[in-house]
Design a protein around this ligand. Structure first.
Ligand SMILES: [Cu+2]
Length: 147
C-alpha cells in the first residue's frame, strides 16, 4: 500500500532527519511542519524557515510531494474589505544571507489535490523545488499546532 511508503512514524522520521540533514551546502531549512487537517481535506498547509547561506540568489518555486497533485506558494494579505485572503506567489526570492519564514498568518506552502492525508504524529517528505537549485527534501512532521 502506498500509504506505508510515504508516512513514517515521527520517531523514525527523527532518526532519519538526524542522518540526512535538511541542508544543502548553501540552503538550510528549519522548523518544518504541516498543519493537520481532517481526512477529507483536499489541501493542507506547510510551514518552515529557509535560509540562503550561499553567495547567489535562489528562487523557491514550490514543492514536489508524493501524496499531493500540486503545491503552491501562498501569502496571506488583508484586502481593502478587511478580509484576510491567500494570494499565489510565483516564486520567493532569497538573496544571499536572506532568511524567510513561512508561518501561520503569512507565507505558507499549500499542498493541493491530496491523494492521502497524513495524520498528526506522522511525518512526510516534502521536496522544495527551485528555479535554479536542486530540490531540497526534508521531513515535515504533521501537527495540530505550531511547534
Ligand atoms: Cu494557501
Amino acid at each position: 500500500m502506498m500509504f506505508k511508503a510515504f508516512f513514517k512514524p515521527a520517531a523514525l522520521a527523527a532518526l532519519l532527519a538526524a542522518a540526512t540533514s535538511a541542508a544543502a551546502a548553501d540552503l538550510e531549512i528549519s522548523g518544518a511542519w504541516l498543519r493537520a487537517v481532517p481526512p477529507v481535506s483536499p489541501t493542507m498547509a506547510g510551514y518552515f524557515e529557509i535560509r540562503n547561506r550561499g553567495d547567489r540568489v535562489v528562487k523557491l518555486e514550490g514543492a514536489d510531494v508524493a501524496f499531493a497533485g500540486g503545491a503552491m506558494l501562498h501569502d496571506s494579505r488583508t484586502g481593502e474589505d478587511g478580509q484576510r485572503r491567500m494570494v499565489h506567489l510565483d516564486s520567493v526570492r532569497l538573496d544571499p544571507g536572506d532568511r524567510v519564514r513561512f508561518a501561520p498568518g503569512g507565507k505558507h506552502l499549500m499542498l493541493m489535490k491530496l491523494s492521502q492525508v497524513p495524520r498528526a504524529g506522522e511525518s512526510v517528505e516534502v521536496c522544495l523545488t527551485f528555479a535554479n537549485h536542486d530540490d531540497l527534501c526534508t521531513d515535515f512532521p504533521v501537527r495540530h499546532n505550531a511547534p
